[in-house]
Structures are given as structure tokens and as C-alpha cells.
Ligand binder design. Structure first.
Ligand code: GLN
Length: 197
């Protein structure tokens, strides 16, 4: 890998464009990934926010479910935001029928956890490993992490709930840094990808 890693954004549904822009600002070569051949060419992958059930059904339809599981299992760096966090969970507390995850992070995630009263909100979130003060957390029908396994590091909490985690090469946030113009988390992920190469 050169100094500029190639980072894909799983482009089946969700806020793909915003992640491509954020990654480019964080000095990565960003590309949409829709097919197994495209997945094979990236050094790391972002799984965007959107609707986790839709993304998992489309991944199955596009023949991407197994290739994604294989690459994540083999240590490809991966970063999931919101629906992407749900997809990276080894277990979902309240899956919709037929909902599958890719897995990769030893955690249990609760979908739409902040409830109807609090569907969308913003909050300053301090994230371990991100210098320069808290990030602006944009939460949109966001999940939270109910519990993590021994190998999973909690890197941010909000209101007593886990909203960001890291397990080796996998990163996940309940919130959407791609919507804020602050690209520190994308830069952090780009650094994770560079470190593997
Ligand atoms: N609630 C959505 C889901 O369950 C996630 C929302 C989001 O990604 N902004 O997939």
C-alpha cells in the first residue's frame, strides 16, 4: 500500500456520498463498493449509516455478505457508523426478522435505542484517541452498545451509554461524523488502515 490507502464505502444504501467526501478530506483514496471485485481492491471499508435491514438484504442480493464477512474476519480495517455499527455487531438485541449482521465486533447492539422522544439530536462527545476536544455527535435513530466483550474497547459514552467502540481493526460509532465537516474520526480510521498496510 502506498501512503494513501484506498478506502471503500459500502454503497448499497445510506449516506455514502458524505463518507466519500470525509475520507477524501482525510487523505484517503475513497471509492464506492457495490461488488465483490470492488471489495477485493480496497485496503479498508466504511459501512455507512442508513437502514441496517435494507443494507444487509442488499448485501445478500449483491453476493457481498460472505465476501464481507471473510475480509472483516481476515482483519481488513472497517468502520461502521450508526446502521454500520449495527451491521458490525456480533449480536443485535432486537433484530428484525431475517436481519443478518456482518459481525466483527464482540458487542451487543440495541437498534433505535435512544427512543422516539429522542429520535435525532446532537451532543458533544469526547472520544478516546481523538485529540482536540469533543466531536459533535449527530445521532439519528441511533443504536447504542448494550455490552462489549473483553477484547472490545469502549472509546466514547453519552448519557451513560456506549456510543463508540474499537476492537483491533474495527471501529464503530452510533453517531455520524460524516455529516459535520469535522473529519478527525475519518482521519483516525485512515491511520488505522495505514497502520495495517
Ligand atoms: N435506525 C437505523 C437502523 O436500524 C439506523 C439509523 C441510521 O443509520 N441513521 O438501521
Amino acid at each position: 500500500m502506498s501512503d494513501t490507502p484506498v478506502i471503500g464505502v459500502l454503497a448499497l444504501q445510506g449516506d455514502v456520498r458524505e463518507h466519500l467526501i470525509a475520507l477524501a478530506s482525510a487523505d484517503a483514496l475513497a471509492r464506492p463498493v457495490r461488488r465483490p471485485e470492488e471489495l477485493a481492491e480496497v485496503d479498508g471499508l466504511v459501512v455507512p449509516g442508513g437502514e441496517s435491514t435494507t443494507i444487509s438484504k442488499l448485501a445478500a442480493l449483491f453476493g457481498l455478505l460472505e465476501p464481507l464477512r471473510e475480509r472483516i474476519g481476515a482483519g481488513m480495517p472497517v468502520y461502521g457508523t450508526c446502521a454500520g455499527m449495527i451491521l458490525l455487531a456480533d449480536k443485535i438485541l432486537d433484530p428484525r426478522s431475517g436481519q443478518e449482521t456482518l459481525g466483527g465486533i464482540d458487542m451487543i447492539v440495541r437498534r433505535n435505542a435512544f427512543g422516539r422522544q429522542n429520535e435525532s439530536f446532537e451532543a458533544a462527545v469526547e472520544v478516546a484517541g481523538i485529540d482536540g476536544g469533543p466531536v459533535e455527535g449527530v445521532f439519528i435513530r441511533a443504536p447504542w452498545v448494550e455490552s462489549v466483550g473483553a477484547g472490545t474497547q469502549v472509546i466514547a459514552e453519552h448519557g451513560g451509554h456506549i456510543v463508540a467502540v474499537r476492537q483491533q481493526n474495527a471501529l464503530a460509532t452510533s453517531f455520524h461524523p460524516e455529516l459535520t465537516g469535522d473529519h478527525r474520526i475519518h482521519a483516525y480510521f485512515t491511520e488505522m488502515v495505514r497502520a495495517v498496510g
